[in-house]
Design a protein around this ligand. Structure first.
Ligand code: FPP
Length: 222
């Protein structure tokens, strides 16, 4: 969800104003998913690298996550939205961790759409954490090295039972993956748009999906 800062600048406002607008944009995009056949939506909200931003901005974002999760859990449940969090959550204050756990358990049986919020998520970090867990299981005798396959490895990632992404949309004109789902995105289609995240609309979302449907996916075959 890139471009919040530039969006705020364009409107002559501080960066946090862009993050608020970016957070507000999520509702509309999530709400339209069941109508357009999207069962899984991952939103990259805070990367492992985002801690390097000025403390004031980081603190604002952490507070914003807590406020939104607290205020939106009941509504999401009512609309059949299952929320999952990807990333290393122990880095966050305990209050936020508790809100995340509560939101996940409250919405666990919702099936209309699965929304993955990536908070303190970094693909390299996720792969290292998975490798550490696999090594522990090997050392404990629960697993043999010969049993480590792509499928088993993927079950140690934060995404566990989730399908790999079909389409990755990157807003704001940046042309890179920035540590997002690197293992899972091996065969994802990519869509780049100049639109800043707070301006990313439902019509633009549906037209990106329509363009995706026209693509021929060969997964390495001919
Ligand atoms: C990237 O744009 C955006 C972020 C690092 C924060 C995104 C967070 C939200 C939209 C709030 C989400 C809320 C919940 C509950 C998950 P940027 O700041 O890098 O923008 P710039 O590239 O224009 O500077």
């Amino acid at each position: 969800m890139d471009g919040n800062g530039r969006w705020a600048k364009k409107h002559g406002r501080p960066r946090i104003f862009g993050h608020k607008a970016g957070a507000d944009r999520i509702d509309e995009i999530v709400r339209v998913c069941p109508d357009i056949g999207v069962k899984y939506l991952s939103l990259y909200a805070f990367s492992t690298e985002n801690w390097n931003r000025p403390g004031k901005e980081v603190n604002f974002l952490v507070k914003l996550f807590a406020e939104k999760i607290k205020n939106k859990t009941a509504g999401m449940k009512k609309e059949g939205v299952r929320i999952l969090f990807l990333g290393e959550r122990t880095a966050f204050p305990k209050t936020l961790q508790n809100l995340m756990a509560h939101c996940e358990s409250e919405t666990a049986s919702c099936r209309k759409v699965n929304v993955m919020l990536c908070l303190n998520y970094g693909s390299r970090d996720e792969i290292v954490r998975a490798t550490r867990k696999i090594s522990e299981d090997v050392l404990a005798g629960k697993l043999k090295p010969s049993q480590i396959t792509e499928d088993l490895f993927s079950r140690y990632l934060d995404t566990r039972e989730l399908p790999p992404p079909d389409l990755i949309i990157r807003t704001s004109g940046e042309l890179r993956l920035s540590n997002f789902l690197l293992f899972q995105a091996a065969y994802a289609e990519l869509h780049f748009t100049q639109t800043l995240w707070p301006d990313f609309s439902v019509p633009e979302f549906t037209s990106a999906l329509a363009a995706f449907k026209e693509r021929k996916r060969r997964f390495g075959e001919i």
